[in-house]
Ligand binder design. Structure first.
Ligand SMILES: *[C@@H]1O[C@H](CO)[C@@H](O)[C@H](O)[C@H]1NC(C)=O
Ligand SMILES: *[C@@H]1O[C@H](CO)[C@@H](O)[C@H](O)[C@H]1NC(C)=O
Ligand SMILES: *[C@@H]1O[C@H](CO)[C@@H](O)[C@H](O)[C@H]1NC(C)=O
Length: 275
């Protein structure tokens, strides 16, 4: 079972001309959502000066910690100030509690990968990349004339791509020749069925690009769809009922032109049943 874990941050930076052009001051307010329903929330607020952490507030501990002699003093003062505690509680509500529903929606639906397939000359290989997906688990396979390719393949790790998303690259050592039918297949829980991108060396470069563009269009559609779902989610219960890890929407509420989008996006096996 996967324990999903989210971090959501707002960062404020300030260059301080008082010291020098190089100096900067940064505050970073973060929310960590964990637990099976993401409702274990921890709010942290960190102040850094030129990348040196000076002070930190941690809502689990409920107090400030200082990391330099001066900020230890300040931390002590702020920790015993009841007004400070109220301000931190309001920040926690705005950044964490008010976004919980959004995080839960995102976690159930996931984020569909954007897929690109390209050829590299030196060394000769095809690269299939998937970007902006969540959760991390993904399967990328190669197919040649309908047969699964098992040799000459290497993968990158699923790399973090921003605070939320992942990206992965799969390499196939091959020099595609005319008449070769090579494709990259991506399976991910956010996709109702695997996405297959075919490498067709006979297509002119411009047309090959269309494959990726067309796919992006599909992803955009999905993003709109997901936004719609989140919108419906805010309405009374009848619109979207989430249960047994499946999202069900009455057909009449499907976005127009959404015929290619599957209403029954499968949620992860370890289904989150809320409420
Ligand atoms: C906040 O404090 C708790 C309890 O000491 C600790 O488990 C957690 O890792 C801290 N969070 C951060 C972001 O440092
Ligand atoms: C903050 O709280 C923790 C436990 O809740 C305690 O161990 C620590 O000494 C406190 N720090 C300050 C600066 O008050
Ligand atoms: C290439 O293979 C894919 C699936 O493996 C198939 O859908 C497609 O029709 C094939 N294309 C050609 C030109 O054979």
């Amino acid at each position: 079972m996967h324990i999903y874990h989210f971090i959501f941050c707002a960062v404020f930076s300030l260059c301080s001309p008082v010291f020098s052009d190089e100096d900067f001051y940064q505050s970073r307010a973060c929310c960590t959502f964990s637990g099976s329903h993401y409702d274990d929330m921890e709010y942290t607020l960190k102040f850094a000066f030129n990348d040196n952490l000076m002070m930190e507030f941690n809502s689990t501990r409920g107090n400030w910690t200082g990391f330099t002699p001066y900020s230890v003093m300040v931390a002590h003062t702020w920790s015993s100030d009841p007004f400070d505690a109220v301000v931190r509680a309001v920040e926690k509500k705005l950044l964490c509690e008010d976004n919980l529903g959004l995080i839960q929606d995102f976690a159930v639906l996931g984020s569909a990968p954007t897929i690109r397939l390209k050829a590299v000359k030196q060394p000769p290989m095809l690269v299939c990349s998937a970007y902006n997906f969540y959760p991390k688990e993904i399967e990328v396979t190669w197919w040649r004339h309908g047969q699964k390719v098992t040799t000459g393949i290497s993968y990158s790790e699923a790399l973090a791509d921003g605070e939320f998303y992942y990206q992965i690259h799969s390499y196939l050592e091959v020099t595609p020749t005319l008449g070769d039918n090579i494709s990259c297949m991506v399976e991910h829980h956010s996709l109702s069925e695997p996405v297959v991108v075919v490498w067709d060396p006979s297509l002119p470069v411009a047309q090959r690009a269309q494959i990726a563009v067309g796919l992006c269009g599909l992803m955009l559609g999905l993003a709109v769809f997901i936004c719609g779902l989140i919108y419906y989610q805010k309405k009374p219960a009848a619109y979207v009922s989430v249960g047994h890890g499946r999202v069900m929407i009455p057909v009449e509420h499907l976005p127009a032109g959404g015929a290619t989008l599957q209403p029954d996006i499968a949620a992860p096996d370890e289904a989150h049943t809320w409420k």
